[in-house]
Design a protein around this ligand. Sequence first.
Ligand SMILES: [Zn+2]
Length: 373
Amino acid sequence: MFRAIKGQDKTIDILSRAVREDKVAQSYLFYGPDGVGKFTTALYFGMAINCVASLEKRPCGVCASCKKFLSFTHPDFIYIFPTPNLEMSLEGEIKSEKYLQEYKAFIAQKAEHPWKQFFFSSNTEIRIGTIRMLQHRINLSPNEGNRKIYIIENADQMNVKTANAFLKTLEEPPNDTVIILTTTRPNALLPTILSRCQKLAFGALPRNIIEEELTAKRSLSVIEAKTYARIANGSLEKALQLSDSGSTIARKEALRFLTMILEKDDFAAIDFATHYKSSKTQSQLIDIIAYLIVWVSDLSNLQNLPDDIVNLDCTDMLESFYQRNPQVNDYGLKLLSFLEKMIKKIEGHVNPQLIVTEIYFRFCAVFVHHKEN
Ligand SMILES: [Zn+2]
């Protein structure tokens, strides 16, 4: 099953060899960008360590132990992640009904769709209470597994006090325990934590692997797969989210917006900006801007790398933009970093209506007024 994880061959080789040769370390740190397989790899690694199939088949995914891992119900698999204050007991019991429901929903969703984002209703971090639960349980012997597996996701989200408490566990973990930390920001961890873990890097996924995964897992056209892979920027999680969230609407909206620029239709653009003024449409607006990023890259591809063009069904419109201003090597990179900055501003809660207007006039400056001058 390890081979189901794409694009991380080197890391997978190291881990499957450790299982085969029974040389599993006590603590690991998986680091790298979001959505490239850190959590799934940690889960499969824990499964492999406890799987009952023959060595080279681990994890098999079908034995009772593997199945319990996959459904997050294995008593020796403890999954720790940033949460609100759940007031968890040492046994891991959650007393507040509201948080218990949210917690259960989180786990159910994670087991079914590991790539989906799920949010609690209040601020999250890895809590001292959760680490105390870990310390309590780590000293009990495994219930049915070979070893107890602790996955601590986004381990950088511990405050200093919690991290120091955790460090004590990491210094002397019981022999029957494997602790796997994941993070996108290894440098945010205490150096003393870093130095105690075997560190394995997870890289951004190449675009062709994301395209293949998307076509295999979703019924997408080549254009859609290429588009999502381009926008996702190396993250399979992001690509799957885009394909699940009906991004075709975002693409249509982006094309409508681009038409307004070609026609220099200020009124339509103002209308468009008004439509996206609410925070409810924020994520769709971000997708639209992501499409504009693909569009600008395609203009550059048109000139430099025609095989890499994503919007193969809109080459006429691409050509019109290109004719308006063929100096794409001059403006391309500036326009891309401008759009990326606009996404950051929206995420930072700058008024989205203003952002749309700013983008409109910036594009007009490049593609409309340029021609008039
Ligand atoms: Zn198994």
